[in-house]
Design a protein around this ligand. Sequence first.
Ligand SMILES: Cc1cc2nc3c(=O)[nH]c(=O)nc-3n(C[C@H](O)[C@H](O)[C@H](O)COP(=O)(O)OP(=O)(O)OC[C@H]3O[C@@H](n4cnc5c(N)ncnc54)[C@H](O)[C@@H]3O)c2cc1C
Length: 417
Amino acid sequence: MPTHIIGGGLAGLSAAVALTKAGRPVLLYEAGPQAGGRCRSYDDRELGCRIDNGNHLLLSGNAAALDYLSAIGARGTLGGPGAPFFPFMDLASGQRWTLRPSAGRLPFWVFSPSRRVPGTRAADYLSLLPLLRANGAEVLEDLLPNGTLRRNLLEPLAVSALNTPPREARAALMAAVMRETLMRGGSACVPLFPRQSLAETLVEPALRWLQGRGATIYLGRRVTDLSIVDDRIASFGTTPSRVTLGPHDAVILAAPPWVAADFLPGLVAPDNFQAIMNLHFGIEPASMPPEIARAGFVGLVGGTSEWVFLKHRHLSVTISAANRFLDTPPEELAATVWPEVCSALGILNDMPRLRVIKEKRATFAATPSQDSRRPSASTRFCNLFLAGDWTNTGLPATIEGAIRSGGTAADLIVRPR
Ligand SMILES: Cc1cc2nc3c(=O)[nH]c(=O)nc-3n(C[C@H](O)[C@H](O)[C@H](O)COP(=O)(O)OP(=O)(O)OC[C@H]3O[C@@H](n4cnc5c(N)ncnc54)[C@H](O)[C@@H]3O)c2cc1C
């Protein structure tokens, strides 16, 4: 009784890993020439090196993501500063600081001026309590305290976690992220990212692990439709042929929400998205502030760039909630971003070779109304389950949410309720 998984992003791959671990046969159909979906890497001719579609940061509190990496033997491919350590710079004032949450649940770090955001007091951090209690349709704008803590920490964290401007973003989703990371203390906030590339950490080890255990992976095989008979999926089309399901076969649909809505008329799913821009610059600077060299990245406030990551033979800049830049020509955006990178790293270089990747539908917009459109993993069809960061995981669209969603769908098949 095989499970057919449609979509080879992290949700599909994690479902495949969970089912294979449970001894279930798996066939995975991915439309693209490579797996990974929104977490992918490729050799870029212009820059002459391998780049990721965009920078992806995990935190040590992302338990499902770390379990997945351990299962596929890729936990050791993650790098990072090895401690809760977040260098920041204010591009407007030139001020630098490093946020260093203390390890345990008790937030001793907020009492230490050298560990917290400069210009904030310990009492300011109490203003996070209403945000942590958010569970309705409140937006972040209404619950974020005004002042330095908001500008120099909460907004940058919220925009990168939710990929949505605070005036629109559902506060409860941020609260969920904070409960699993910052509120568990620094030991759940250690930044982690692939040492080489997304593919080497999250995708290729999974494919090797799955294929080594008998799973069938079809790349370049787009699923075209689902055929429904009574309360079950009876067959589905793929680019070369049709697959007819046996009486005990199951399907996990782990494709994006617009594909799922197309296959399943009447499905309510997120239909509004936010972009992420990544600007990759072909330069590996010889020197930089030691905190940035140690962390491998720096957070920026007061400008356009939000995060700069140091990569193999290039630097990579992220701008989230970036629908506002969709029509900006890449060179124009780079002309704003490159001087910011130079200030942050303390370098004086002409703009190097450049690749701009605009992910137009990087994530669903994490607004209260979009969040209310997220379906659960089980469907009204007895052999069809949904997975993807856009399903109702309780988290914003993240690697952790995507991987958890794959596990949930697999679990419904292995342990039917
Ligand atoms: C630039 C960028 C930066 C990000 N940064 C972070 C970060 O720092 N931290 C973090 O946690 N998250 C981050 N994310 C979010 C994270 O990448 C996603 O949440 C996650 O990758 C979603 O995985 P998924 O499997 O749900 O969806 P997808 O990756 O979209 O996978 C769906 C797959 O289905 C395939 N497919 C589509 N149609 C069909 C079809 N008809 N037949 C077969 N296959 C089909 C697609 O090709 C794709 O491979 C970022 C996303 C982007 C774009």
